[in-house]
Each structure stands twice: as structure tokens, then as C-alpha cells.
Design a protein around this ligand. Structure first.
Ligand SMILES: Cc1cc2nc3c(=O)[nH]c(=O)nc-3n(C[C@H](O)[C@H](O)[C@H](O)COP(=O)(O)OP(=O)(O)OC[C@H]3O[C@@H](n4cnc5c(N)ncnc54)[C@H](O)[C@@H]3O)c2cc1C
Length: 543
């Protein structure tokens, strides 16, 4: 469907820029259209926004204008040693430099547009406090919320929140997080007067002439069609989290069941890029996260555990359960692969206090319109919550050795009383402490992240390994231009977001790194396309 506020894109029509995917790619689309380039966005699903619309829209961008307004010193340079230390050789330094400089430039430019004013820094600690250059207050900014009504006729176009799509939770009259980011980008894009959006339009493959990408083949409700791009095609079609075959080929085991990524993300752009000779990297990586198995028997992104512990199949603790979600996901996976004992799914064991204070909250939504949302009976009847009067009985219900579970809880209770987690150091990092404040009320005792487990009934739910999307993809340079294995540029082809091999290698530097990268590299692609001569003249160009 072509949106009524934009003109109809006809078969064979020429644009300057084609953007495949409407999540983080929408920022590139806006940046291109704002430069006067005729820009077509192709979106496979009926909604604009992808996983970006589901997200909290934390955006990790060192040294940006919102950070400066908040008095954070050091600029992008201060993050260089941090990224160097945690990313290492897993991605090219050129990408980090492009990200550090391009992110600052992008936010400054977006904030010139009233629709984007003003991003806000909110003090989320960097995820690797042990690395040089890490900031306790972090580098994460958020877009301002927006009234749903402000979107007018565009409103139905925006993808609903994850909880709405999955569980029917009311979407609310105010758009926050990723919804707000996408809404703002959409308003800004349409207002340029140079943008066209096609939803329900599935990109199939790239059209190549003389080694340069010059257009795309697309399937719409009306059948196959082609569009041409005189400056370039940006592949911003997310990862391959919903493509089981690709997952089985590239991803580690234990990760193919659960993802919170948008259903449209089936790796089409990755496959198309490979078809035209692109190099790939880090296809075994994902933005991992623990997931709680909910009454619909599916795991969903869950973090910030308030009380209790996670135990493996032997009834033993094996990690700091408060780790930032991607670190926690990697830790679940690492333990599982390194041992004969099952660590995925793990069992989250807690006592009555958790139910009394929080039910299963953490990052999960609480919907006042659904009174039984966290109703214990509902979770228990669905077989996903186990309840027992003693730890031994609970151990039997979840199939772990009873003596081990009791011993593990006794040891942990000793740590809680002393205030020091001698085994896994829970509660010692800025992230642990900030999240304790965020999800309060405080646990009693000297360490606000450790609470004694001794008030029956005792409970257990399963913690699976989930992801927010896959992470590896097409190799690019710092302009987001897609490269061949020999390092040469595939003319006219760009990639960003989870279609692109990540700037951050195998780590998640801080809250908002995925969207920070998705926005920045789609922006940098637009900047490059604006500086590039049209395709027909491209063979004469020496860069
Ligand atoms: C609950 C949740 C919270 C999160 N919170 C944060 C956060 O606060 N900060 C952060 O940085 N990250 C967060 N993430 C992760 C982040 O949202 C994603 O990694 C990021 O948005 C991916 O952006 P993208 O542009 O690569 O893909 P997407 O936003 O998923 O966009 C890709 C789009 O491409 C479309 N598409 C796919 N194939 C085709 C095709 N063949 N033709 C046309 N269109 C196609 C898809 O339908 C989709 O709309 C969160 C994720 C979840 C699930």
C-alpha cells in the first residue's frame, strides 16, 4: 500500500534513494529526503517501525548534544578507549570512528527539526564498568514522548508496542520509546515532501548493472514490480531472527526458539546482499537477553530481576543475575555450551516477597486494564510457574537435586545477610545499583540487590535465552557502503542496523547501542548518497 500522504510509486519508477525496511532505516530515509533526494521506503509488513518501534529507544551515542546539555564531559573521544577495550578486533576501527563522529553529527542535525526536539539523557550506566572510559551515568539518550493524536492520518501506520501485538495490552494515548522515535521520524520524513512509503511491499532482490546496484525487485499486493535508485539502495531490513533455516545455519544452539524481533525480519536483505557478492561477519551473534517463559508458553525479553536466584539443572547458581541483558544472555549461553549440565532454560527461584512486591515485573508491562495480568493462578495453571511450601518440594517440581537447591539458597542467604555476593558479585556495579533503584522498593539488608529467600511459598519460573534480533550481517565501511570480501565497494549498495555487521562486534556497549548504530549508519549512508553522483555517471567517479 502506498500511504495516501505520499504519491503512488509506479512500476519502474526512479528514485534517488531506496531504503529497504522502516525501523532505524527511517532515519536514513529522513536524512536523504531532507537533502532533497527523492526517497522511497519499502516495508514488507503493514506497519512502519520494525523492532525499533517495539524498543525502549535508548540510544547510546557518546558525546551527543543531549549529553552535552546534561553536563556530561569528554565528547565522543572519551568513549574511544572504552570501545577499543570491549570490542577489540571483532569489528574494524573505521566503523567505531564513523559511529563516534557520525552519531554526534546525526543528533545535532535531527534536533534542528522540530519533530525530533529534544532528545534527553537519562543516566543509564555503561554495560562494562570494568573497561577504561566507561561512564557510571552512561551515554544513553531517549526521544521525547509524543501524543498519538499528533500523528493524524499517519497514526495507523506505526507498528504497535510489542506487548500490544502479543498480549493485547492497551497501546495508550501517548507514544513512548521506539514508538515515539518512529512517529517522529515518520512525521519528519513525510514533511520533507520528498518521501514515499510503500508498506506490504516485500523487497526480493537487487538489480545490478555493471557491478553497481541500480534498483530493487519488490513484491506488492498487486504483484512483482521494480524500482530504480539513481544514488543507492540502503538495506535496513533488520536481522534474520525469524528465519529458522538461517538461524540453524549461523546461530549457536539454544537460540532459535525465541526472539522479540519484528516478524518481518527474515534475513531477506542479508541473502540479497550475499547474492551480489557482499562479505558477511559475525552471523553467529545476536543481541541476546534472558527471557521469562510466559503463560502463552513463549519466552519474552526479561531483565532486571528484583529478588531470587537463577539455578542450573544441578540446582546451582552460576552467574550474576543482574548483569545487563546481553551480557546475561551471553553468560547463559556460555555456561550452557561449556557444561554437560543444562543452563538453558535456567530456573529462577524466589520466595513470596517477589510475588507480593512485583509479581514478575522487571521489564514486563503491568497493564491496569488486565487485572489478572500477573495473577499467580494464571501463571501456575499455564504450567509456567511452580509453587511449593518447601525448597525440597520445589526442587522436585523443577527437576533439580533437592539437597543442592537448599544448599545453594543457604549460601546465597548468607551473602544477602553479609551484603556481599562472594560468588558472582551481584550488586557491585553501577548498573546493578541503578536498576535496583529503578525497579525498587529496596530489598532489606546491606546490599540492595540481594534479598534473603526464606518466606514460603517458594516459586520457580523458567529463564530461556532470547534475543532482540540477530546482529551479524553485511560488511560495510564507515560510510555504510557494502563491501566484497576483497574490500572493494559494491557501488550503490549500503547497509545499516541488524542487516549490517555490527560496529560493536560481540558486545553491547551500553543501553541503546543497537538503535544508536541503526540510526547512525543509515544516516551516514544518506550523507554518502547525497554526495554521490547518480548511478548512470557512477562508473566515471573515482572516490
Ligand atoms: C522489547 C525491546 C526493547 C528494545 N529496546 C532497545 C533500546 O532501548 N535500545 C536499543 O538500542 N535497542 C533496543 N532493542 C533492540 C532494537 O530495537 C533493534 O536491535 C533495532 O531496532 C533493529 O533495528 P533495525 O533497523 O536493524 O531493524 P528493525 O527496526 O526491525 O526494522 C527492519 C524492518 O525491515 C522490514 N523488512 C524486513 N525484510 C524486509 C523486506 N524483504 N522488504 C521490506 N521490508 C523488510 C521489517 O519488517 C522491519 O520493519 C529492543 C528490542 C526489543 C524487542
Amino acid at each position: 500500500m502506498t500511504h495516501p500522504m505520499t504519491h503512488a510509486a509506479g512500476d519502474g519508477e526512479h528514485f534517488d534513494v531506496i531504503v529497504v525496511g522502516s525501523g532505524g532505516g527511517l532515519i536514513g530515509a529522513y536524512a536523504a529526503a531532507a537533502r532533497g533526494l527523492r526517497t522511497l521506503v519499502i516495508e514488507k509488513t503493514e506497519h512502519v517501525g520494525g523492532t525499533t518501534a517495539y524498543s525502549g529507544a535508548g540510544i547510546w551515542l557518546p558525546g551527543n548534544a543531549a549529553e552535552v546539555r546534561a553536563g556530561i564531559e569528554g565528547g565522543p573521544e572519551a568513549a574511544r578507549p572504552y570501545l577499543d577495550a570491549i570490542v577489540g578486533d571483532d569489528s574494524p576501527v573505521e566503523l567505531r570512528e564513523a559511529y563516534l563522529q557520525g552519531g554526534v553529527q546525526m543528533i545535532a542535525e535531527l534536533e534542528e527539526n522540530p519533530h525530533f526536539q529534544h532528545f534527553e539523557w537519562r543516566g543509564v550506566p555503561d554495560y562494562f564498568p570494568e573497561a577504561p572510559g566507561s561512564l557510571k551515568g552512561g551515554r544513553t539518550i531517549f526521544p521525547p514522548e509524543i501524543d498519538r493524536a499528533a500523528l493524524g492520518k499517519l497514526e495507523p501506520l506505526v507498528r504497535r508496542p510489542l506487548w500490544t501485538e502479543r498480549w493485547g495490552v492497551d497501546a495508550g494515548s501517548t507514544m513512548v520509546g521506539g514508538q515515539a522515535l518512529i512517529a517522529r521520524a515518520l512525521l519528519a520524513f513525510v514533511e520533507t515532501g520528498h518521501g514515499t512509503i510503500r508498506t506490504n511491499a516485500r523487497f526480493e532482490r537487487l538489480i545490478v548493472e555493471d557491478g553497481n546496484v541500480i534498483g530493487v525487485e519488490v513484491t506488492t499486493d498487486a504483484g512483482p514490480t521494480t524500482f530504480f535508485a539513481d544514488r543507492g539502495v540502503l538495506l535496513a531490513a533488520g536481522g534474520f531472527e525469524h528465519n529458522r533455516e538461517l538461524r540453524q545455519r549461523y546461530q549457536p544452539p539454544m537460540t532459535d526458539e525465541w526472539t522479540s524481533g519484528c516478524a518481518g525480519n527474515t534475513g531477506d536483505a542479508l541473502v540479497a546482499g550475499i547474492e551480489v557478492g557482499a562479505a558477511t561477519a559475525l552471523l553467529d551473534e545476536a543481541w541476546f537477553a534472558p527471557g521469562i517463559i510466559a503463560p502463552d508458553q513463549r519466552a519474552i525479553f526479561f531483565t532486571m530481576v528484583w529478588s531470587g536466584i537463577w539455578v542450573n539443572g544441578a540446582g546451582e547458581r552460576f552467574m550474576n543475575e543482574r548483569l545487563p541483558y546481553d551480557r546475561a544472555g551471553h553468560e547463559l549461553l556460555r555456561n550452557h555450551l561449556a557444561s554437560d549440565i543444562a543452563h538453558v532454560p535456567a530456573h529462577w527461584v524466589f520466595d513470596h516477597r517477589q510475588i507480593e512486591q512485583h509479581a514478575f515485573a522487571g521489564t514486563l508491562p503491568v497493564d491496569p486494564q488486565v487485572p489478572d495480568w500477573f495473577d499467580v493462578d494464571r501463571w501456575r495453571d499455564a504450567g509456567v510457574l511452580h509453587q511449593a511450601d518447601t525448597l525440597d518440594e520445589l526442587a522436585e517440581l523443577i527437576g533439580v537435586p533437592a539437597g543442592n537447591l537448599t544448599k545453594t539458597v543457604e549460601t546465597f542467604n548468607g551473602f544477602a545477610v553479609a551484603g556481599v555476593d562472594e560468588d558472582f558479585h551481584r550488586g557491585e556495579t553501577p548498573w546493578d545499583r541503578v536498576t535496583a533503584r529503578m525497579i525498587g522498593p529496596h530489598l532489606d539488608g546491606p546490599n540492595k540487590c540481594l534479598g534473603v529467600i526464606d518466606q514460603p511459598p517458594y516459586y520457580a519460573v523458567q529463564i530461556a535465552l532470547t534475543d532482540l534480533g540477530t546482529k551479524g550481517g553485511l560488511v560495510t565501511d564507515g560510510h555504510a557502503r557494502v563491501l566484497r570480501p576483497d574490500g572493494s565497494v559494491i557501488g550503490g549498495l549500503y547497509a545499516s542496523g541488524n542487516t549490517m555487521a555490527p560496529m560493536s562486534g560481540r558486545v553491547y556497549p551500553g543501553a541503546g547501542a543497537p538503535i544508536g548504530a541503526a540510526m547512525t549508519f543509515s544516516y551516514l549512508a544518506a550523507v554518502d548518497m547525497a554526495a554521490t553522483r547518480p548511478a548512470r555517471a557512477r562508473s566515471e567517479v573515482t572516490r
